[in-house]
Design a binder for this molecule. Structure first.
Ligand code: G3P
Length: 497
């Protein structure tokens, strides 16, 4: 009998394969980073073929390290960086352009034009999203407008679009299955989250032929089988969810009002709002959490574009640290940031500010500010951004969190987690397994193939590692937040001519 579920976690900077057993424990991990392309300031691209080849190679590697075959795997779950846009030729399978990454700002001006022409409310009403270059719709339009012959081919039904989940399934099935799930569809800005259909009016607005779009299915079902050439035997592909929604599932936030914050490349705070979409008045987006057992679960989301990426920036561009883990002890070498604030708006600002033209800024530098202060201020910037989002989420939902569940790579940073608890004034709870994104989609896949039978089955397998209790006097907290907000204002509009 198959004893494992294999989760593909196709992230923004690396692809991973994590193999779980029936107790939800990690049995093996393989990971590979891939190249980030920055052809112009504010533009971000990936090579779509590299996304596929690294994902396949880590899967093969993880299976080999564990010494198992395809017959030992009950199902594959795929979770992915969302919104990233790939368009490829249906016949040849060749991408017509590099994948345009969610962080890419190239369509900011077009989004602005749409806003000025009064389209914001219609888009908001139908998709739950704000008109921003972040989402896939305008990225697809950019490819059709800018790649020679692309629009004609698309109109002839010769091109396909997919987010990374769709691309990987299409590759895994050797071009047999073109599909996505509700959670990923809801990030395209083309999907009506109420009628659960691709929206004709928005497709017309962007001039995107419907024939390019994948079929949309529930997040837990068998979409197809991997071609036997890849792993020796075929394996059912049985779960798909965008990485943030998968993390919400992996954190067992199944009930209305339960929330989590995931510290990956960006940081995303999601609250389950049950079967009802909740509209935000304060800069959050309404999104589909998952489709399961014939029901749709919605979430409120605050998307922070740069979180863990700022630690990578300290390491790779600024060369202030040798490795990400060093950031914790280096931040603790000083008692505070010495009045310095870092606003890592490298790709604009997401929730709750939504400024496509904001760019990174450092303020408050005096002669005494050293690299430790900058490192500390960079880590604290993540906690401030999450606090800003939590603040509006509580207003929008009318629910005051009693605990904040955290996960993702940077959540292992104890300094950051304590800062988060202090600035939000709420306990921060970290599970033993911070790989909840992969775990979430493993659950979704496992539920589809009977590896687990019910939510009760998966609820049991979640242990807490540590709870960080708030420990900052209210006066200091309020003053720090005031100065942070002042710093953010300096980042606004920088890239706008
Ligand atoms: O919406 C973008 C998000 O899905 C990226 O996630 O984990 O790469 O920060 P991550």
């Amino acid at each position: 009998m198959a004893e494992y579920i294999m989760a593909f976690d196709a992230g923004t900077t690396s692809n991973r394969c994590i193999i779980f057993n029936r107790s939800g424990e990690i049995c093996e991990v393989a990971q590979k980073e891939f190249t980030q392309h920055y052809p112009k300031p504010g533009w971000v691209e990936h090579n779509a073929d590299a996304i596929w080849s690294t994902q396949l190679s880590v899967a093969v590697e993880a299976m080999a390290k564990l010494g198992i075959s395809a017959l030992d795997i009950a199902g594959i779950g795929i979770t992915n960086q969302r919104e990233t846009t790939i368009v490829w030729d249906k016949e040849t399978g060749a991408p017509v352009y590099r994948a345009i990454v969610w962080q890419c700002r190239r369509t900011a001006d077009y989004c602005n034009e749409l806003k000025n022409s009064g389209y914001s409310d219609m888009i908001r009403e139908k998709t739950g999203l704000l008109l921003d270059a972040y989402f896939s719709g305008t990225k697809i339009k950019w490819i059709l407008d800018n790649v020679e012959g692309a629009r004609e081919k698309a109109k002839e039904g010769k091109l396909l679009f997919g987010t990374v989940d769709t691309w990987l399934i299409w590759k895994l099935t050797n071009g047999k299955v073109h599909v996505t799930d509700y959670s990923n569809a809801s990030r395209t800005m083309l999907f009506n989250i109420h009628t659960l259909e691709w929206d004709e009016e928005i497709l017309d607005l962007f001039d995107i032929p419907k024939s390019m779009l994948p079929k949309v299915e529930e997040s837990s079902c068998v979409y197809g089988e991997s071609d036997s050439s890849f792993f020796g035997h075929s394996i059912p592909i049985a779960g798909v969810a965008g990485d943030q929604q998968a993390a919400l599932f992996g954190q067992n936030c199944f009930e209305m009002g339960e929330a989590k914050s995931t510290y990956g490349t960006g940081c995303f705070l999601l609250m389950n709002t049950g079967e009802k979409p909740v509209k935000s008045d304060n800069g959050l987006v309404t999104t589909i959490a998952w489709g399961l057992n014939g029901k749709i679960n919605y979430a409120l989301e605050g998307s922070v574009f740069v979180a863990g990426a700022s630690i990578q920036w300290l390491r790779d561009e600024m060369r202030l640290i040798d490795s990400s883990v060093d950031s914790e002890y280096m931040a603790m070498k000083v008692e505070d940031t010495n009045g310095c604030y870092v606003v890592p708006a490298f790709t604009g600002l997401g929730a709750p500010y939504w400024d496509q033209y904001a760019r990174g800024t450092i303020v408050g530098i005096t002669r005494g500010v050293n690299k430790y202060h900058i490192i500390r201020a960079t880590l604290e910037s993540m906690a401030y951004q999450v606090r800003d989002v939590l603040d509006v989420m509580e207003k929008d939902s009318g629910i005051v969190l009693s605990i904040l569940n955290v996960d993702g790579g940077a959540s292992v940073n104890n300094f950051l987690m304590q800062a988060q608890a202090d600035l939000c004034n709420v306990p921060v709870q970290r599970p033993k397994c911070v790989e909840t994104t992969a775990l979430g989609v493993a659950y979704l896949a496992g539920l589809a193939v009977g590896f687990w039978n019910s939510l009760e089955d998966v609820r049991g397998s979640r242990d807490i590692d540590r709870v960080f209790k708030p420990n900052l006097c209210e006066e200091v907290r309020i003053e720090k937040i005031r100065l942070w907000k002042k710093a953010v204002k300096y980042a606004f509009g920088w890239a706008k001519e």
